[in-house]
Structures are given as structure tokens and as C-alpha cells.
Design a protein around this ligand. Structure first.
Ligand code: HEM
Length: 183
């Protein structure tokens, strides 16, 4: 079992109740009641299952990293009973760009990291990559966020800001799954 590998299985099991599935762009994901998060690969049976791995950072510079480390909090906080799983796919055009060009769009043009840092520590996050797995995956990233119910409006504000950026011109599929932890 690879501790960096995560499977998100939607069905009738799991510690998270699915409140809503909003299709932001592209094909939807089927409705389901619960979401289970495991480190398994493969044999899950659910309405749908998405796979991703945590990885090294690609874009962040030292100054940004220092700010992130100083401000961010981990997953699993008792107060953070709400969550969002937002799978995202980017265009072939995005992936044909060089690393420096992608960083320029993500940060210099879109301010993704600078904006995101303003929402720490309220929002805790984990980014999973899907492109380099052995199986063909429907998304390039699985983004996972945890926050308190009181901070959900701020999370909406953050999403609104990010979705209005040049970076999001390169997003061609996005689904927003909202969840509540079952205690
Ligand atoms: C909570 C505040 C947020 C912070 C502090 C934050 C920070 C970051 C950082 C530092 C990276 C770059 C990682 C690297 O160097 O490889 C990143 C990448 C990414 N973030 Fe965020 N982010 C936040 C919110 C969001 C939200 C709300 C979404 C989407 C709904 C999102 C989607 C992504 C995606 C898809 C990537 C990968 C981009 C790529 O590699 O092309 N982030 N984020």
C-alpha cells in the first residue's frame, strides 16, 4: 500500500456524506450518498472511484513555501466538518506548455498561491495528481479541502476568485462535490 495514493469512492460507505454534486464544467459525476477515502488501489466497488497521488510541489517558490508552512493547518481538525472534493482536468494546450509558462499563468497572471494563502488557516487542503498513474484517469487533479461550516462562504469566495482567473481558462472539466463528516 502506498501512503501517497488515495482512492475516493462514492457509494453507500465512508465517513463523509455527500450533500451536493455541482457540475462546474464538462461531464458530471453520478449522484451518491457517501464518500470513502482509502489508500487502496484497484478493487473498490462504488458508483464512481477516483485515484490520485500526493507529490512534490511543481510551482511554489521558497518565499511562498515559507508562508504556506507558517499559516496552513492539517486535515482532520475536529472543527472542520465540511469538505469539498473538486476534481479538475486541464486542457491539452495547458499540458503542452513548458513549466515556466505554466507557472507564469498560475501565479504571475492568476495569483493562485497569493490568493490561496489569504484563506489559510481556515481552509485545509491536499492536492492529488492523477496524470502519472498506471490507469487512465478522468481528471488531472483531485483537490480536497476541509473547513468549518462557518467558513464555507469564504470558501465560495475563494472559488469565485480562482474561477475568474486566466488559469481557469485552461480548465476543461470541473465537478464540485460538497460533503459533511459523519460523526
Ligand atoms: C485554500 C487555499 C489554497 C491554497 C493555499 C492553494 C495553494 C496551491 C499551491 C501552492 C499550488 C501549487 C503546488 C505546486 O507547487 O505544485 C496549488 C496548486 C493547485 N491548486 Fe490550489 N490552493 C488553494 C485553493 C485551491 C482551490 C480552491 C482550488 C480548486 C478548486 C485549487 C486547485 C489547485 C489545482 C488544480 C492545483 C494544481 C495546478 C497545476 O499543477 O496545474 N486550489 N494550489
Amino acid at each position: 500500500m502506498n501512503p501517497r495514493h488515495f482512492t475516493f469512492t462514492a457509494g453507500d460507505l465512508g465517513a463523509w456524506r455527500i450533500r451536493e454534486i455541482r457540475t462546474v464544467k464538462g461531464d458530471p459525476l453520478a449522484p451518491a450518498n457517501r464518500l470513502q477515502i482509502t489508500n487502496d488501489i484497484g478493487t473498490e466497488t462504488g458508483t464512481w472511484a477516483l485515484h490520485g497521488v500526493t507529490s512534490n510541489e511543481r510551482y511554489v517558490n521558497q518565499g511562498e513555501k515559507d508562508q504556506l508552512v507558517a499559516r496552513q493547518e492539517g486535515l482532520g481538525r475536529p472543527i472542520a466538518t465540511h469538505a469539498a472534493l473538486i476534481p479538475i482536468r486541464k486542457t491539452a494546450g495547458w499540458w503542452s506548455l513548458t513549466q515556466d509558462r505554466r507557472r507564469e499563468i498560475l501565479e504571475e497572471q492568476s495569483g493562485h498561491i497569493e490568493t490561496g494563502i489569504r484563506y489559510l488557516p481556515a481552509i485545509a487542503r491536499r492536492l492529488h495528481h492523477c496524470r502519472d498513474l498506471a490507469t487512465e484517469e478522468p481528471f488531472d487533479f483531485l483537490t480536497w479541502f476541509e473547513f468549518s461550516p462557518a467558513d464555507e462562504p469564504r470558501f465560495e469566495e475563494l472559488l469565485g476568485a480562482l474561477r475568474a482567473t486566466r488559469e481557469w481558462d485552461h480548465v476543461d472539466r470541473e465537478v464540485d462535490v460538497r460533503l459533511t463528516r459523519i460523526d
